[in-house]
Design a protein around this ligand. Structure first.
Ligand code: SAH
Length: 350
């Protein structure tokens, strides 16, 4: 196992058969070596810096019906809300005061948020906070829409591919959604000059090692600036309510593998990782992660952005989250970088 890990460290890649062995190993010595090398590689590109992204969850309305997701349209028990433009702007102002230099507007696919409305919001945030990056995570939109949003000033777009294997993608999504559409969106976003984030859930129902290898190969093809992975966590009001969730150990192994395969990528220690283990995000940081995405949404709506059960940080004010994360990050041996945090080697046009 040591040989395989060292080979991944020196060459940045492995044949499928060795990836399979590494993804499946439960050897604690392998986990430790992977952690050590992933941390070394992240420090070579990013030192001890951790970038913060202030997450503003703008809407829990969604026209999609992803089988794993708590805000899918078929979940009649989901409480729906959408933030008003002035609420979103005050979240960004508050975030700026707290030292955030990236704002992520994320939400379900909600047609209330037209291009016009979003473009106005992006321009206003950029005008108030010119030294900040604006990231969108609003699902699939038309090329024209992505173009307008980019022209209004959006810098980045997060759209997990969710599953690069056709068959698995179909088992996780309703028949009207398609992997080819998802991939097209990602390549379009890249072409339009966005810094792009893709990714997938770890331990999703029906997911096998072969599927995960397909995800890694797709990421090699796409070469995104960010890769978001986190454990699948069941939601009680979805068809996957009774399924098992993804494990901490497998998520950490994959984070380590991703850091060695993509030395300069932005790798978030996700909220889902913090949800399945109280020290999940700290362990992620020590295994190659260099981004944390604290919640900036108003406390009044946080519980309603209910993607999966037991989601953490739904009761705290933004300032408390900021303080809590700073302690966690510094306690793990890293420091918060108060900057936009573009991917290393990515030249920002503006
Ligand atoms: N509508 C946007 C944002 C989706 S929410 C979009 O389509 O991109 C962000 C991510 O949460 C999703 O991409 C998905 O990977 C993750 N997610 C959804 N349900 C989840 C669950 N039950 N467990 C873990 N992660 C989940």
């Amino acid at each position: 196992m040591t040989d395989i890990i060292n080979k991944l460290h020196t060459t940045g890649d492995l044949p499928d058969s060795e990836l399979e062995t590494l993804i499946e190993t439960e050897d604690p010595a392998a986990a430790e070596l992977l952690r050590k090398l992933a941390d070394r590689v992240r420090r070579e590109s990013y030192g001890d810096k951790v970038f913060l992204r202030g997450l503003i969850e703008i809407s829990s309305y969604c026209k999609n019906d992803c089988l794993y997701c708590g805000i899918r349209r078929s979940n009649k028990n989901a409480e729906r809300y959408r933030l008003l433009p002035e609420d979103i702007l005050s979240c960004a102002d508050e975030g700026y005061r707290l030292g955030f230099r990236t704002f992520v507007m994320q939400g379900g696919e909600d047609s209330f948020f037209t291009d016009e409305l979003l473009c106005g919001l992006i321009r206003e945030i950029k005008q108030r906070h010119p030294d900040c990056a604006v990231t969108l995570s609003l699902g699939e939109r038309s090329e024209e829409s992505y173009r307008l949003l980019r022209e209004a000033g959006a810098d980045r777009y997060l759209l997990r591919h969710e599953a690069a294997d056709e068959e698995l993608y179909r088992k996780l999504h309703p028949s009207e959604m398609s992997l080819s559409k998802r991939k097209d969106c990602l390549f379009t976003l890249k072409r339009l000059g966005y810094q792009v984030g893709a990714g997938f859930m770890v331990g999703a129902p029906f997911q096998t090692t072969k599927h995960i290898i397909a995800d890694l190969r797709f990421l090699q093809e796409l070469q995104p600036q960010m890769i978001g992975i986190g454990p699948f966590v069941p939601h009680h009001n979805t068809p996957f309510a009774e399924e098992k969730g993804g494990t901490l150990a497998l998520t950490l192994r994959l984070l380590g593998i991703l850091r060695l395969m993509f030395p300069k990528v932005l790798l978030p220690a996700t909220t889902a990782l913090g949800t399945i283990s109280p020290t999940g995000r700290e362990q992620g940081l020590k295994t190659g992660c260099n981004v944390v995405m604290p919640n900036l949404s108003p406390v009044s709506v946080r519980k309603k952005y209910d993607l999966y059960d037991n989601k953490i940080c739904t009761g705290e004010e933004a300032a408390e989250c900021r303080g809590c994360l700073q302690r966690r990050i510094e306690g793990s041996g890293y420091t918060i970088a108060q900057e936009r945090g573009d991917a290393a080697g990515f030249s920002c046009a503006e």
